[in-house]
Design a binder for this molecule. Structure first.
Ligand code: B1M
Length: 210
């Protein structure tokens, strides 16, 4: 079994300590951090989701897999972040209200930070008012990034996007993303930008500055 396959297996079975150790070993072997992330961990989480859908596993197993992935991302973080100086401005990020998924949002935050933004992470289940207040507290905010993983919280994503656009607060753009969101849905909600993954979210955020 390759190191990547071992990592995927450890994520799927929620073995946090093994994931940390295996990711360190993979990095020491010179494997590409993005390959470790995408083929080792993101793909493993997709498998976890499929098993959940088939009722082969339940919420507790999803939760331990998520914890294991977080452990792996922690080890990868210094390699992914790049260490550029933050000069592009502030980005406020959060998962919309009703939604507790944060792994994708955390990856988006990491990639946006590594592009050169200062990231203010409001966490998960973020109320519209919390986004508005954070922008008021940080009037130099350039990007507000909204994550949504559930079809049932897509209305919350739309409400948040519309409220931000109607807030009258100046100077920022709204980008949205998450598994159930498409370019067409993002456009329909009135978002300024959409991306399907974390790496392109950073590219979209940067493009919106000009
Ligand atoms: Co949940 N869950 N979950 N879950 N969970 C999904 C999303 C699901 C697809 C599983 C399934 O049925 N196959 C399903 C949603 C179905 C739907 O809505 N159509 C689901 C469900 C149903 C639920 C519950 C309702 C289960 C229940 O309680 N019965 C419940 C809801 C709780 C809530 O939020 N209110 C629930 C709970 C949980 C856990 C808490 C157990 C756990 C989350 C732990 C955590 O995040 N800390 C969990 C997990 C782990 C998953 C799966 C298995 C994995 C999610 C993940 O982390 N993926 C997921 C199945 C799946 O995704 N295949 C599932 C890895 C991550 C890197 O990908 O988050 O998609 P992702 O992020 C990507 C892109 O989407 C994008 O970039 C990221 C990286 O490239 N992206 C953006 C994300 N945000 C972006 C923002 C951007 C741009 C791109 O711009 C701002």
């Amino acid at each position: 079994m390759s190191k990547i396959e071992e990592i995927a297996k450890a994520v799927e079975s929620g073995k946090s300590n093994d994931v940390g150790r295996l990711v360190e070993a993979a990095l020491a072997e010179g494997l590409d951090p993005l390959r470790i992330l995408n083929e080792g961990m993101v793909d493993a989480m997709a498998t976890v989701g499929e098993k959940f859908q088939r009722s082969e596993i339940f919420v507790p197993e999803m939760l331990v897999a998520a914890r294991a992935m977080k452990k792996g991302v922690e080890v990868l973080k210094p390699k992914l972040a790049g260490g550029e100086v933050t000069t592009l401005g502030k980005c406020i990020i959060g998962t919309v209200h009703g939604d507790l998924h944060d792994i994708g949002k955390n990856l988006v935050a990491l990639m946006i930070e590594s592009t050169g933004f200062e990231v203010i992470d409001l966490g998960v289940d973020v109320a519209i008012d919390s986004f508005i207040n954070a922008i008021k507290d940080n009037p130099d905010t350039k990007i507000v990034a909204l994550s949504c993983l559930l079809t049932t919280t897509m209305p919350a994503l739309k409400e948040t996007t519309v409220a931000l656009k109607k807030s009258g607060l100046p100077g920022f753009k709204v980008i949205v993303g998450g598994a159930p969101i498409t370019e067409a849905i993002a456009k329909d909600m009135g978002a300024d930008g959409f991306s399907a993954d974390a790496a392109s979210a950073a590219v979209v955020a940067k493009k919106l500055l000009v």
